[in-house]
Design a protein around this ligand. Structure first.
Ligand code: ATP
Ligand code: MG
Length: 392
C-alpha cells in the first residue's frame, strides 16, 4: 500500500503575499531532511504540503519522525493512496484505518470530492466508508458532533486519499523566515530551551559558547556540542563560536572585587556576543535568563549587563519557572544532556556574595580596572567555529 504524509501548515497561511516565501522556505527544509531518508517528492498546495515517497526504498517512518520537528507545521497525517474506486477505497479502509482507531470509541467520516465526475457524492462516500469502519472495528460508534477521531476520504484527480486523525506538528514558523539571532549557549538547562523557543518563531540560530579552559574541561565543551546537535534537530544546521574567557577571568580575579566577578564576566559575554552577532549578520542575541533565578538574573543585574549589547536581547525564559523550562527541555530531548555535571565558566571563580542589586557606577568603576576593549578583542581573536549539522 502506498503511504504519503500530509503536512498542515500553521500560522504561515495567514501571511498574505509572503505566504509563497514561507511555503518555499518550509519545502526547502523538508527537502534537505528528506535527502537523508531516500527519494521523495515534496509539493505544496492549499496550505498542505504533500510528502510522497518516489520508490520503495524511501523511509517514510524516518521522514515522519523528522517532520514532527520542523517548525511551521501544525499537524501531520499519514495517508494511504489508492485507486479511485469504491472497491479500492473499501479495501484500503479495512487494511489501513483500524490501526489509527485503537483505543478510540467514536469516529466520523468526512469525505471530499475534488473530482466531481466521481459517481458518488461526498455524503454517499462518507456513509459507505462509515459502514466499512463499523464492520471492521469492533465496539466503535459514530459521533458526528464530537468524534474522537475523524476518518477522511478525499477523491482527487489522480487517486483517492484515506487518512485517520492527525499527529501534532512542531508549530511555529519555518526557520529562516524571521531573521537570524545569536544564542548564548551554555551547558545548562535554560539556554537550549531559549534557542528552541526563538527558532520556533522562524529565527535561524547561530550560537556562541564561552569556556574557560583549563578551568572548564574538554568534556564540558563536548557536552555543549551535544546540546547544540539536539537543538539543531528543531532549529536546523548552525554553527557554534567557541570563545575562551580564561584570560579575562584571570584578570578579573587579580584586579577586581570578588562580589562583582559574575556581573563583570557577563558584561564581557554580552559585549563579545554582540560583536560576533554583528560580524555574522545576526539581528538579536538570545539568552536563557529567567527573572530572579540566580543573583545575576535579578532585574538590576540584567540592567547592568543588558546595555553591553547594541542588539535586542531575546529572553524567552524570562517569565518561566524552572519547572516549566525543564518540561520543555524534556520534550525536546536536551534535559538529560544538560544535567550532566560539568563545570561552566560561570561556575568557576564564583563569588560567595554576588551583588544582587548592583549599582551601574560601581560596576563601571570595577570594569575600568582592566582594559575592557583589548580583552574583548583578544577573546574574539582566540575564537574558533564548530559546525553543527542536523543529525538523524
Ligand atoms: P543555563 O541553564 O542556560 O546555563 P543558568 O541558569 O545557568 O542558564 P547563567 O549561568 O546565569 O544561568 O546564564 C544565563 C544565560 O547566560 C544562559 O542562559 C546563557 O544564555 C548565557 N550563558 C551563561 N554561561 C554561558 C556560557 N558559558 N556560554 C554561553 N552563554 C552562556
Ligand atoms: Mg549556566
Amino acid at each position: 500500500m502506498k503511504e504519503i504524509l500530509l503536512c498542515k501548515l500553521g500560522e504561515i497561511v495567514l501571511k498574505g503575499s509572503n505566504r509563497r516565501y514561507f511555503e518555499d522556505t518550509l519545502c526547502r527544509t523538508l527537502r534537505y531532511r528528506a535527502k537523508h531518508f531516500g527519494s521523495f517528492e515534496i509539493t505544496s498546495s492549499q496550505s498542505t504540503i504533500t510528502i510522497e515517497p518516489k520508490d520503495e526504498f524511501a523511509d517514510l517512518d524516518g521522514m515522519f519522525e523528522s517532520v514532527q520537528k520542523v517548525f511551521g507545521i501544525v499537524g501531520i497525517s499519514r495517508c494511504a493512496v489508492c485507486e479511485k474506486s469504491m472497491e479500492a477505497i473499501e479495501q484500503t479502509v479495512r487494511e489501513y484505518v483500524p490501526q489509527f482507531l485503537v483505543g478510540k470509541s467514536t469516529f466520523k467520516v468526512v469525505a471530499k470530492r475534488s473530482d466531481k465526475r466521481f459517481p458518488l457524492d461526498s455524503m454517499d462516500i462518507a456513509r459507505e466508508v462509515g459502514g466499512y469502519v463499523l464492520s471492521c472495528v469492533p465496539g466503535i460508534r459514530v459521533d458526528v458532533k464530537t468524534p474522537e477521531i475523524v476518518v477522511q476520504v478525499e477523491i482527487r484527480e489522480y487517486g483517492a486519499y484515506v487518512h485517520a486523525g492527525q499527529f501534532k506538528g512542531a508549530g511555529g514558523m519555518p526557520v529562516g523566515t524571521n531573521g537570524k539571532a545569536l544564542l548564548l549557549l551554555s551547558g545548562g538547562i535554560d539556554s537550549p530551551v531559549a534557542g528552541y523557543m526563538i527558532a520556533k518563531r522562524g529565527v535561524q540560530l547561530e550560537a556562541v559558547h564561552f569556556e574557560s579552559f583549563p578551568y572548564t574541561s574538554e568534556m564540558a565543551r563536548e557536552k555543549v556540542f551535544t546540546l547544540a546537535r539536539e537543538v539543531a534537530q528543531y532549529a536546523g544546521t548552525f554553527t557554534v563560536y567557541v570563545v575562551s574567557l580564561t584570560h579575562i577571568q584571570e584578570e578579573l580575579v587579580k584586579n577586581c572585587e570578588e562580589d562583582y566577578f559574575t556581573l563583570l564576566l557577563r558584561r564581557y559575554m554580552m559585549a563579545i556576543a554582540d560583536k560576533i552577532a554583528h560580524r555574522i549578520g545576526c539581528g538579536a542575541l538570545i539568552t536563557g535568563e529567567s527573572l530572579g533565578q540566580v543573583a545575576s538574573q535579578t532585574m538590576q543585574a540584567i540592567g547592568v549587563t543588558d546595555p553591553l549589547s547594541t542588539l535586542p536581547v531575546f529572553r524567552p525564559c524570562i517569565g518561566m519557572d524552572k519547572e516549566e523550562i525543564v518540561q520543555i527541555a524534556r520534550k525536546i530531548g536536551t534535559f538529560e544532556t544538560s544535567i550532566q555535571p560539568y563545570e561552566d565558566c560561570c561556575t568557576v571563580f564564583t563569588p560567595k556574595h554576588p551583588k544582587t542589586r548592583p549599582e551601574l557606577s560601581k560596576v563601571e568603576e570595577q570594569q575600568r580596572r582592566l582594559d575592557f576593549d583589548a580583552l574583548v578583542q583578544e577573546a574574539l581573536d582566540s575564537s574558533y567555529v564548530e559546525y553543527i549539522p542536523v543529525e538523524f
